[in-house]
Design a protein around this ligand. Sequence first.
Ligand code: G
Ligand code: G
Ligand code: MN
Ligand code: NA
Length: 250
Amino acid sequence: ITVENILRKALKDNGFKLLYQPQVCTFTGNIVGFEALLRIKDENVSPGQFIPVAEETRMIIEIGRWITEEVINQINSWKIKGLDIKPIAINFSAVQLDDEDYFIFLKNKLEENRIEAKYIEIEITESLFMERKDKTIEFLKQLRSLGVKIALDDFGTGYSSLSYLTFLPVDKLKIDKTLSDRYLELNNSKVIEGVISLAHSLDLEVVAEGIEDLEQYNQLQISKCNYIQGYLFSRPLEVEAVEKIYYDNL
Ligand code: G
Ligand code: G
Ligand code: MN
Ligand code: NA
């Protein structure tokens, strides 16, 4: 059985699920939002394996719509329960730019459920505008005009990242784990401090990803990084665990 077949089956049989990883304010420790991360139920295949296949086969277009609808339904269900909901970030693949009606789809789903756009954040990567810069900027502007926030994901893994920041319509920058790790290992905190202050001077907020230890966290606090996401605070959580957090904080 191939990964492609597993994906087809999951699409047909409601075989996907989302986990939600908390993002925490570096200064207060409060949860400010979550990132939705895709999993396949009952299959031992990781996103690192199946996301590339979903992209190559273009199934990510249909899967991407499922994720969007699932997140909005989830927010709606928490809203109905009277919980103090936080924004949820959705990963958006470059292939999904070919989904011409994605914006309308998202807008309609939000309206049907009477969910404000500020509860949705879209995470993009550099690969999105390496090839189709104009189309990407157009798409991001549409999203922002609706009130959706944009985060630039995996920052620090690509090439000319810094120049992109000057023209891309984004609200947040997510420092990749590979860069966060170098922070301590090489005692090379100047790079990250520089990225954070540059981002702030461009009015961007900064999230540091993959934070696993306290020393990193302390450094990020000193560098005024706005938010952290990582195992130090929490792994990606099942819906029930997120609800428990919400109820405990009521
Ligand atoms: O969840 P980690 O949990 O293991 O994810 C591994 C990789 O898969 C990351 O690069 C992450 O961005 C990507 N990924 C996880 N969930 C999604 C998703 O819902 N959509 C897309 N496009 N990528 C995802
Ligand atoms: O590419 P993207 O940034 O969307 O993917 C986030 C990935 O990072 C997911 O695979 C998620 O499970 C993983 N992740 C989140 N926090 C940590 C962490 O503290 N350590 C490690 N090793 N992975 C993490
Ligand atoms: Mn991400
Ligand atoms: Na990342």
